[in-house]
Ligand binder design. Structure first.
Ligand SMILES: *[C@@H]1O[C@H](CO)[C@@H](O)[C@H](O)[C@H]1NC(C)=O
Ligand SMILES: *[C@@H]1O[C@H](CO)[C@@H](O)[C@H](O)[C@H]1NC(C)=O
Ligand SMILES: *[C@@H]1O[C@H](CO)[C@@H](O)[C@H](O)[C@H]1NC(C)=O
Ligand SMILES: *[C@@H]1O[C@H](CO)[C@@H](O)[C@H](O)[C@H]1NC(C)=O
Ligand SMILES: *[C@@H]1O[C@H](CO)[C@@H](O)[C@H](O)[C@H]1NC(C)=O
Length: 373
Protein backbone atom coordinates (compact mmCIF):
# COMPACT_ATOMS: atom_id res chain seq x y z
CA UNK A 1 0.00 0.00 0.00
CA UNK A 2 2.78 2.42 0.90
CA UNK A 3 4.00 2.47 -2.67
CA UNK A 4 0.73 3.98 -3.71
CA UNK A 5 1.02 6.55 -1.00
CA UNK A 6 4.34 7.42 -2.60
CA UNK A 7 2.47 7.72 -5.89
CA UNK A 8 0.28 10.37 -4.31
CA UNK A 9 3.35 12.11 -2.90
CA UNK A 10 5.17 12.39 -6.18
CA UNK A 11 2.39 12.15 -8.65
CA UNK A 12 -0.35 14.71 -8.34
CA UNK A 13 -1.03 16.28 -11.65
CA UNK A 14 -4.72 16.84 -11.84
CA UNK A 15 -7.40 17.74 -9.40
CA UNK A 16 -10.95 16.51 -9.66
CA UNK A 17 -14.12 17.03 -7.74
CA UNK A 18 -15.59 13.77 -6.79
CA UNK A 19 -26.22 6.24 -4.41
CA UNK A 20 -26.17 2.88 -3.38
CA UNK A 21 -26.37 -0.43 -5.30
CA UNK A 22 -28.90 -2.80 -3.85
CA UNK A 23 -28.72 -6.50 -3.34
CA UNK A 24 -30.86 -7.08 -6.42
CA UNK A 25 -28.36 -5.09 -8.50
CA UNK A 26 -25.64 -7.65 -7.75
CA UNK A 27 -28.03 -10.60 -7.91
CA UNK A 28 -28.80 -9.53 -11.45
CA UNK A 29 -25.22 -8.75 -12.53
CA UNK A 30 -23.62 -11.80 -10.96
CA UNK A 31 -25.04 -14.97 -12.51
CA UNK A 32 -24.24 -18.12 -10.60
CA UNK A 33 -22.43 -21.05 -12.12
CA UNK A 34 -23.84 -23.79 -9.91
CA UNK A 35 -21.44 -26.44 -11.17
CA UNK A 36 -18.43 -24.54 -9.77
CA UNK A 37 -20.07 -22.45 -7.03
CA UNK A 38 -18.85 -19.25 -8.61
CA UNK A 39 -20.72 -15.99 -9.05
CA UNK A 40 -19.23 -14.07 -11.94
CA UNK A 41 -20.09 -10.39 -11.69
CA UNK A 42 -19.75 -8.08 -14.70
CA UNK A 43 -20.56 -4.48 -13.95
CA UNK A 44 -20.44 -1.43 -16.19
CA UNK A 45 -20.20 1.78 -14.21
CA UNK A 46 -21.80 4.88 -15.74
CA UNK A 47 -21.54 7.07 -12.66
CA UNK A 48 -20.42 5.34 -9.47
CA UNK A 49 -20.11 1.98 -7.78
CA UNK A 50 -19.36 1.39 -4.11
CA UNK A 51 -17.18 -1.58 -3.23
CA UNK A 52 -18.79 -1.50 0.24
CA UNK A 53 -22.17 -2.37 -1.34
CA UNK A 54 -20.58 -5.28 -3.15
CA UNK A 55 -18.86 -6.39 0.06
CA UNK A 56 -22.18 -6.30 1.87
CA UNK A 57 -23.78 -8.41 -0.86
CA UNK A 58 -21.02 -11.03 -0.69
CA UNK A 59 -21.30 -11.25 3.11
CA UNK A 60 -24.79 -12.69 2.72
CA UNK A 61 -23.85 -15.40 0.22
CA UNK A 62 -23.42 -19.01 1.23
CA UNK A 63 -19.93 -19.59 2.54
CA UNK A 64 -18.92 -22.07 -0.21
CA UNK A 65 -19.65 -19.53 -2.96
CA UNK A 66 -16.69 -17.74 -4.52
CA UNK A 67 -17.05 -14.51 -6.47
CA UNK A 68 -15.24 -12.79 -9.31
CA UNK A 69 -15.84 -9.11 -10.06
CA UNK A 70 -15.18 -7.42 -13.42
CA UNK A 71 -15.73 -3.67 -13.44
CA UNK A 72 -15.48 -1.45 -16.50
CA UNK A 73 -16.11 2.28 -16.17
CA UNK A 74 -17.44 4.84 -18.61
CA UNK A 75 -15.30 7.94 -19.01
CA UNK A 76 -17.14 9.42 -16.02
CA UNK A 77 -17.27 6.21 -13.99
CA UNK A 78 -15.99 6.23 -10.40
CA UNK A 79 -15.42 3.08 -8.38
CA UNK A 80 -15.17 3.70 -4.64
CA UNK A 81 -12.60 1.00 -3.94
CA UNK A 82 -10.70 1.30 -0.67
CA UNK A 83 -7.52 -0.69 -0.17
CA UNK A 84 -7.07 -3.64 0.69
CA UNK A 85 -10.16 -4.50 -1.40
CA UNK A 86 -11.35 -7.42 0.69
CA UNK A 87 -14.74 -9.07 0.41
CA UNK A 88 -15.80 -12.52 1.56
CA UNK A 89 -15.29 -15.06 -1.24
CA UNK A 90 -13.80 -12.54 -3.71
CA UNK A 91 -11.06 -14.37 -5.58
CA UNK A 92 -10.72 -12.26 -8.74
CA UNK A 93 -10.99 -8.52 -9.17
CA UNK A 94 -10.62 -6.87 -12.56
CA UNK A 95 -11.04 -3.13 -13.00
CA UNK A 96 -10.69 -1.15 -16.23
CA UNK A 97 -10.79 2.56 -16.95
CA UNK A 98 -12.05 3.78 -13.57
CA UNK A 99 -11.29 6.58 -11.20
CA UNK A 100 -10.67 4.67 -7.97
CA UNK A 101 -11.90 6.97 -5.24
CA UNK A 102 -11.48 6.97 -1.45
CA UNK A 103 -8.46 4.76 -1.89
CA UNK A 104 -6.97 5.31 1.60
CA UNK A 105 -10.27 5.74 3.43
CA UNK A 106 -10.08 2.39 5.22
CA UNK A 107 -6.33 2.22 5.66
CA UNK A 108 -6.48 2.64 9.44
CA UNK A 109 -9.38 0.25 10.00
CA UNK A 110 -8.68 -3.46 10.46
CA UNK A 111 -11.09 -5.78 8.64
CA UNK A 112 -11.97 -9.18 10.06
CA UNK A 113 -11.87 -10.73 6.61
CA UNK A 114 -9.25 -13.21 5.55
CA UNK A 115 -7.05 -12.85 2.48
CA UNK A 116 -8.67 -14.65 -0.46
CA UNK A 117 -7.84 -12.70 -3.59
CA UNK A 118 -5.94 -14.71 -6.21
CA UNK A 119 -6.01 -12.28 -9.13
CA UNK A 120 -6.00 -8.51 -9.04
CA UNK A 121 -5.94 -6.53 -12.24
CA UNK A 122 -6.23 -2.75 -12.45
CA UNK A 123 -5.79 -1.18 -15.88
CA UNK A 124 -6.00 2.42 -17.10
CA UNK A 125 -7.16 3.68 -13.72
CA UNK A 126 -6.58 6.83 -11.72
CA UNK A 127 -6.20 6.38 -7.97
CA UNK A 128 -7.84 9.32 -6.27
CA UNK A 129 -7.39 9.95 -2.61
CA UNK A 130 -8.69 12.66 -0.41
CA UNK A 131 -5.80 14.64 1.00
CA UNK A 132 -6.84 14.06 4.61
CA UNK A 133 -6.86 10.27 4.20
CA UNK A 134 -3.46 10.36 2.51
CA UNK A 135 -2.02 12.47 5.33
CA UNK A 136 -3.53 10.18 7.98
CA UNK A 137 -2.13 7.09 6.27
CA UNK A 138 1.20 8.87 6.05
CA UNK A 139 1.38 9.95 9.68
CA UNK A 140 0.22 6.79 11.41
CA UNK A 141 1.81 3.35 11.30
CA UNK A 142 -0.25 1.00 9.14
CA UNK A 143 -0.86 -2.59 10.18
CA UNK A 144 0.56 -5.56 8.33
CA UNK A 145 -2.86 -6.30 6.86
CA UNK A 146 -3.00 -2.88 5.25
CA UNK A 147 0.69 -2.56 4.46
CA UNK A 148 0.85 -5.87 2.60
CA UNK A 149 -2.61 -6.16 1.11
CA UNK A 150 -3.73 -9.67 0.27
CA UNK A 151 -0.83 -12.11 0.42
CA UNK A 152 -2.80 -14.85 -1.33
CA UNK A 153 -2.31 -13.15 -4.72
CA UNK A 154 -1.01 -15.22 -7.63
CA UNK A 155 -1.28 -12.54 -10.27
CA UNK A 156 -1.05 -8.80 -9.83
CA UNK A 157 -1.54 -6.27 -12.63
CA UNK A 158 -1.26 -2.51 -12.15
CA UNK A 159 -1.05 -1.25 -15.71
CA UNK A 160 -1.20 2.42 -16.57
CA UNK A 161 -2.13 3.64 -13.11
CA UNK A 162 -1.85 7.30 -12.20
CA UNK A 163 -2.62 9.23 -9.06
CA UNK A 164 -4.53 12.28 -8.05
CA UNK A 165 -5.83 14.03 -4.98
CA UNK A 166 -9.34 15.23 -4.46
CA UNK A 167 -9.69 18.87 -3.59
CA UNK A 168 -11.48 18.46 -0.30
CA UNK A 169 -9.23 20.53 1.98
CA UNK A 170 -11.51 20.62 5.01
CA UNK A 171 -9.81 19.73 8.34
CA UNK A 172 -6.27 20.00 6.97
CA UNK A 173 -3.81 22.53 8.20
CA UNK A 174 -1.43 24.04 5.73
CA UNK A 175 1.42 22.71 7.91
CA UNK A 176 0.18 19.13 7.54
CA UNK A 177 -0.17 19.60 3.84
CA UNK A 178 3.31 21.04 3.34
CA UNK A 179 4.86 18.40 5.54
CA UNK A 180 3.21 15.65 3.53
CA UNK A 181 4.25 16.94 0.14
CA UNK A 182 7.84 17.77 1.07
CA UNK A 183 8.83 14.66 2.96
CA UNK A 184 10.10 12.03 0.59
CA UNK A 185 13.16 11.40 2.80
CA UNK A 186 10.99 10.93 5.84
CA UNK A 187 8.82 8.57 3.84
CA UNK A 188 11.75 6.40 2.73
CA UNK A 189 13.08 6.45 6.26
CA UNK A 190 9.79 5.09 7.52
CA UNK A 191 9.85 2.24 4.99
CA UNK A 192 13.16 1.06 6.40
CA UNK A 193 11.66 0.91 9.90
CA UNK A 194 8.77 -1.38 9.01
CA UNK A 195 8.96 -4.40 11.29
CA UNK A 196 6.75 -6.90 9.46
CA UNK A 197 7.46 -8.64 6.16
CA UNK A 198 4.90 -9.29 3.44
CA UNK A 199 5.24 -12.81 2.09
CA UNK A 200 3.81 -13.16 -1.41
CA UNK A 201 4.38 -16.89 -1.46
CA UNK A 202 2.02 -17.58 -4.39
CA UNK A 203 2.68 -14.54 -6.52
CA UNK A 204 3.98 -15.60 -9.93
CA UNK A 205 3.11 -12.71 -12.22
CA UNK A 206 3.44 -8.95 -11.82
CA UNK A 207 2.71 -6.39 -14.51
CA UNK A 208 3.45 -2.80 -13.50
CA UNK A 209 3.85 -1.30 -16.93
CA UNK A 210 3.08 2.16 -18.26
CA UNK A 211 3.66 4.58 -15.45
CA UNK A 212 4.36 8.05 -16.73
CA UNK A 213 5.17 9.25 -13.22
CA UNK A 214 6.74 6.09 -11.85
CA UNK A 215 9.05 6.98 -8.97
CA UNK A 216 12.64 5.82 -9.20
CA UNK A 217 12.17 4.42 -5.68
CA UNK A 218 9.28 2.12 -6.65
CA UNK A 219 11.24 -1.12 -6.69
CA UNK A 220 13.17 -0.19 -3.56
CA UNK A 221 9.88 0.19 -1.70
CA UNK A 222 8.46 -2.90 -3.35
CA UNK A 223 11.29 -5.07 -2.02
CA UNK A 224 12.14 -3.29 1.26
CA UNK A 225 9.70 -5.27 3.38
CA UNK A 226 8.33 -7.91 0.97
CA UNK A 227 9.41 -11.29 -0.34
CA UNK A 228 8.63 -12.70 -3.79
CA UNK A 229 9.91 -16.27 -3.61
CA UNK A 230 7.84 -17.57 -6.59
CA UNK A 231 7.73 -14.65 -8.96
CA UNK A 232 8.55 -15.79 -12.50
CA UNK A 233 7.24 -12.97 -14.69
CA UNK A 234 7.85 -9.30 -14.02
CA UNK A 235 6.72 -6.77 -16.62
CA UNK A 236 8.02 -3.24 -16.16
CA UNK A 237 7.70 -1.64 -19.59
CA UNK A 238 7.06 1.99 -20.60
CA UNK A 239 8.09 3.32 -17.20
CA UNK A 240 10.61 5.90 -18.41
CA UNK A 241 13.52 4.35 -16.48
CA UNK A 242 16.98 5.38 -17.67
CA UNK A 243 18.89 2.94 -15.48
CA UNK A 244 18.35 -0.50 -14.01
CA UNK A 245 17.32 -0.25 -10.34
CA UNK A 246 19.73 -1.92 -7.93
CA UNK A 247 17.08 -4.42 -6.84
CA UNK A 248 16.84 -5.71 -10.43
CA UNK A 249 20.62 -5.90 -10.75
CA UNK A 250 20.38 -8.05 -7.61
CA UNK A 251 17.40 -10.04 -8.93
CA UNK A 252 18.83 -13.28 -7.51
CA UNK A 253 18.33 -11.92 -4.04
CA UNK A 254 14.91 -10.34 -4.46
CA UNK A 255 13.31 -12.44 -7.23
CA UNK A 256 15.14 -15.78 -7.13
CA UNK A 257 12.70 -17.64 -9.44
CA UNK A 258 12.53 -15.01 -12.16
CA UNK A 259 12.19 -16.32 -15.73
CA UNK A 260 11.11 -13.22 -17.64
CA UNK A 261 12.02 -9.65 -16.81
CA UNK A 262 10.49 -7.32 -19.38
CA UNK A 263 12.06 -3.85 -19.33
CA UNK A 264 11.28 -3.04 -22.94
CA UNK A 265 10.39 0.51 -23.97
CA UNK A 266 12.24 2.24 -21.18
CA UNK A 267 15.23 4.50 -21.72
CA UNK A 268 17.97 2.31 -20.24
CA UNK A 269 21.49 3.10 -21.50
CA UNK A 270 23.55 0.36 -19.80
CA UNK A 271 22.87 -2.68 -17.68
CA UNK A 272 24.24 -5.06 -15.07
CA UNK A 273 22.37 -8.20 -14.04
CA UNK A 274 25.24 -9.98 -12.32
CA UNK A 275 24.71 -8.34 -8.95
CA UNK A 276 24.07 -10.37 -5.82
CA UNK A 277 24.99 -14.06 -6.03
CA UNK A 278 22.43 -16.78 -5.36
CA UNK A 279 22.05 -17.83 -1.76
CA UNK A 280 21.03 -21.31 -2.93
CA UNK A 281 23.05 -22.54 -5.87
CA UNK A 282 20.48 -24.83 -7.47
CA UNK A 283 20.97 -24.47 -11.19
CA UNK A 284 18.07 -24.26 -13.59
CA UNK A 285 17.89 -25.57 -17.14
CA UNK A 286 15.86 -22.59 -18.40
CA UNK A 287 17.50 -19.19 -18.65
CA UNK A 288 16.27 -15.89 -17.29
CA UNK A 289 15.15 -13.83 -20.29
CA UNK A 290 15.71 -10.10 -19.89
CA UNK A 291 13.87 -8.12 -22.51
CA UNK A 292 15.67 -4.83 -23.04
CA UNK A 293 14.23 -4.24 -26.50
CA UNK A 294 13.62 -0.63 -27.53
CA UNK A 295 15.78 1.01 -24.91
CA UNK A 296 18.82 3.30 -25.32
CA UNK A 297 21.58 0.76 -24.65
CA UNK A 298 24.94 1.68 -26.18
CA UNK A 299 27.35 -0.08 -23.80
CA UNK A 300 27.92 -3.81 -23.37
CA UNK A 301 29.37 -4.88 -20.02
CA UNK A 302 32.89 -6.36 -20.15
CA UNK A 303 31.69 -9.37 -18.15
CA UNK A 304 29.11 -10.29 -20.80
CA UNK A 305 30.50 -13.86 -21.18
CA UNK A 306 29.64 -14.48 -17.49
CA UNK A 307 25.94 -14.06 -18.27
CA UNK A 308 25.98 -17.63 -19.58
CA UNK A 309 28.13 -19.31 -16.98
CA UNK A 310 26.17 -18.84 -13.73
CA UNK A 311 23.74 -21.38 -12.26
CA UNK A 312 21.02 -19.62 -14.26
CA UNK A 313 21.98 -18.40 -17.72
CA UNK A 314 20.80 -14.93 -18.69
CA UNK A 315 19.54 -14.10 -22.18
CA UNK A 316 19.63 -10.35 -22.83
CA UNK A 317 17.63 -9.22 -25.85
CA UNK A 318 18.85 -5.87 -27.21
CA UNK A 319 16.68 -5.64 -30.32
CA UNK A 320 15.92 -2.02 -31.21
CA UNK A 321 18.75 -0.36 -29.27
CA UNK A 322 21.08 2.28 -30.78
CA UNK A 323 24.13 -0.02 -30.90
CA UNK A 324 27.13 1.13 -32.90
CA UNK A 325 29.33 -1.31 -34.81
CA UNK A 326 32.36 -1.39 -32.51
CA UNK A 327 34.14 -3.59 -29.95
CA UNK A 328 31.12 -3.36 -27.64
CA UNK A 329 28.97 -4.88 -30.34
CA UNK A 330 31.53 -7.57 -31.08
CA UNK A 331 31.42 -8.53 -27.39
CA UNK A 332 27.65 -8.79 -27.60
CA UNK A 333 27.91 -10.82 -30.80
CA UNK A 334 30.28 -13.32 -29.18
CA UNK A 335 27.88 -13.65 -26.27
CA UNK A 336 24.88 -14.18 -28.57
CA UNK A 337 26.64 -16.80 -30.69
CA UNK A 338 27.57 -18.69 -27.53
CA UNK A 339 23.99 -18.38 -26.16
CA UNK A 340 22.52 -19.73 -29.41
CA UNK A 341 24.60 -22.89 -29.10
CA UNK A 342 22.87 -23.61 -25.79
CA UNK A 343 19.38 -22.17 -26.45
CA UNK A 344 18.53 -22.40 -30.16
CA UNK A 345 15.06 -20.95 -29.69
CA UNK A 346 16.42 -17.41 -29.28
CA UNK A 347 17.72 -17.37 -32.85
CA UNK A 348 16.08 -13.97 -33.42
CA UNK A 349 18.96 -12.45 -31.49
CA UNK A 350 21.18 -13.10 -34.49
CA UNK A 351 19.14 -10.54 -36.48
CA UNK A 352 19.98 -7.67 -34.13
CA UNK A 353 21.79 -4.93 -36.00
CA UNK A 354 24.42 -2.35 -35.26
CA UNK A 355 24.85 0.95 -37.02
CA UNK A 356 28.04 1.36 -39.02
CA UNK A 357 29.19 4.97 -39.29
CA UNK A 358 31.75 4.10 -41.92
CA UNK A 359 29.40 2.16 -44.17
CA UNK A 360 26.33 4.30 -43.41
CA UNK A 361 24.16 1.26 -42.89
CA UNK A 362 23.02 -1.37 -40.46
CA UNK A 363 24.87 -4.64 -40.14
CA UNK A 364 23.33 -7.82 -38.81
CA UNK A 365 24.94 -9.41 -35.81
CA UNK A 366 25.73 -12.68 -37.62
CA UNK A 367 27.63 -10.81 -40.30
CA UNK A 368 29.60 -8.45 -38.07
CA UNK A 369 33.32 -8.87 -37.70
CA UNK A 370 36.03 -6.61 -36.38
CA UNK A 371 39.75 -7.37 -36.22
CA UNK A 372 40.66 -4.31 -34.16
CA UNK A 373 39.26 -5.29 -30.77
C1 LIG B 1 -19.80 -23.06 -15.55
O1 LIG B 1 -18.44 -23.47 -15.31
C2 LIG B 1 -18.03 -24.55 -16.14
C3 LIG B 1 -16.63 -24.98 -15.69
O2 LIG B 1 -15.77 -23.87 -15.55
C4 LIG B 1 -18.07 -24.07 -17.59
O3 LIG B 1 -17.66 -25.12 -18.44
C5 LIG B 1 -19.49 -23.63 -17.94
O4 LIG B 1 -19.51 -23.09 -19.25
C6 LIG B 1 -19.96 -22.54 -16.96
N1 LIG B 1 -21.37 -22.24 -17.23
C7 LIG B 1 -21.81 -20.98 -17.35
C8 LIG B 1 -23.28 -20.82 -17.55
O5 LIG B 1 -21.07 -20.01 -17.30
C1 LIG C 1 -3.87 5.18 -19.58
O1 LIG C 1 -5.05 5.39 -18.87
C2 LIG C 1 -5.71 6.62 -19.18
C3 LIG C 1 -6.93 6.70 -18.27
O2 LIG C 1 -6.51 6.76 -16.93
C4 LIG C 1 -6.10 6.62 -20.64
O3 LIG C 1 -6.70 7.85 -20.96
C5 LIG C 1 -4.88 6.41 -21.48
O4 LIG C 1 -5.23 6.31 -22.84
C6 LIG C 1 -4.15 5.14 -21.07
N1 LIG C 1 -2.89 5.04 -21.79
C7 LIG C 1 -2.51 3.91 -22.40
C8 LIG C 1 -1.19 3.96 -23.07
O5 LIG C 1 -3.20 2.90 -22.41
C1 LIG D 1 15.91 9.25 -22.66
O1 LIG D 1 17.13 9.74 -22.13
C2 LIG D 1 17.69 10.78 -22.90
C3 LIG D 1 19.07 11.11 -22.35
O2 LIG D 1 19.23 10.70 -21.03
C4 LIG D 1 16.74 11.98 -22.87
O3 LIG D 1 17.26 13.04 -23.65
C5 LIG D 1 15.39 11.54 -23.42
O4 LIG D 1 14.46 12.60 -23.32
C6 LIG D 1 14.86 10.35 -22.67
N1 LIG D 1 13.65 9.88 -23.33
C7 LIG D 1 12.56 9.54 -22.66
C8 LIG D 1 11.43 9.05 -23.49
O5 LIG D 1 12.48 9.64 -21.45
C1 LIG E 1 11.32 -13.68 -34.12
O1 LIG E 1 11.13 -12.68 -35.08
C2 LIG E 1 9.98 -12.85 -35.89
C3 LIG E 1 10.01 -11.81 -36.97
O2 LIG E 1 10.60 -10.62 -36.54
C4 LIG E 1 8.76 -12.76 -34.99
O3 LIG E 1 7.59 -12.95 -35.75
C5 LIG E 1 8.84 -13.84 -33.91
O4 LIG E 1 7.77 -13.71 -33.03
C6 LIG E 1 10.14 -13.73 -33.16
N1 LIG E 1 10.26 -14.87 -32.26
C7 LIG E 1 10.59 -14.74 -31.00
C8 LIG E 1 10.68 -16.03 -30.22
O5 LIG E 1 10.80 -13.66 -30.46
C1 LIG F 1 24.53 -12.09 -43.48
O1 LIG F 1 24.77 -13.44 -43.14
C2 LIG F 1 23.78 -14.32 -43.65
C3 LIG F 1 24.01 -15.71 -43.07
O2 LIG F 1 25.37 -15.92 -42.78
C4 LIG F 1 23.79 -14.27 -45.14
O3 LIG F 1 22.78 -15.12 -45.67
C5 LIG F 1 23.50 -12.85 -45.61
O4 LIG F 1 23.59 -12.73 -46.98
C6 LIG F 1 24.48 -11.89 -44.97
N1 LIG F 1 24.05 -10.54 -45.27
C7 LIG F 1 24.90 -9.63 -45.71
C8 LIG F 1 24.30 -8.27 -45.97
O5 LIG F 1 26.06 -9.83 -45.86
Amino acid sequence: MLRHLLGILVGIYLILAVSCQSRSFFDMNCPQNISVNLRKCEVFVESRLYFSDFRHWTSELESVVKVSLDVTCSSKGVFILPWPMKARGLIKLNVKGCVLAEYFSESLTPTNLKDELLELSLENCVIASNVKHSIDAFNKPVSQEIGCGQQTLQRSVWRNISYTNTNDMADITIDDFLKFFSSLDQFLNRIIQIRYRCKYSYLEYIDESIGSIRSKHSILIMTAYSDFPKLHTFLWTYNGYSSVPKELTDWRKYFPQLELLDLSYNNITKFNFLGAPFTNTVSKPEPLVIDLTYNSVTEIPVDMPDYLTGSVAIIVDLTGNPLMCDCNFLRYKNYVMHALKIFQKYKNLSRITCHSVIMHRKIQLVNYSNNNC
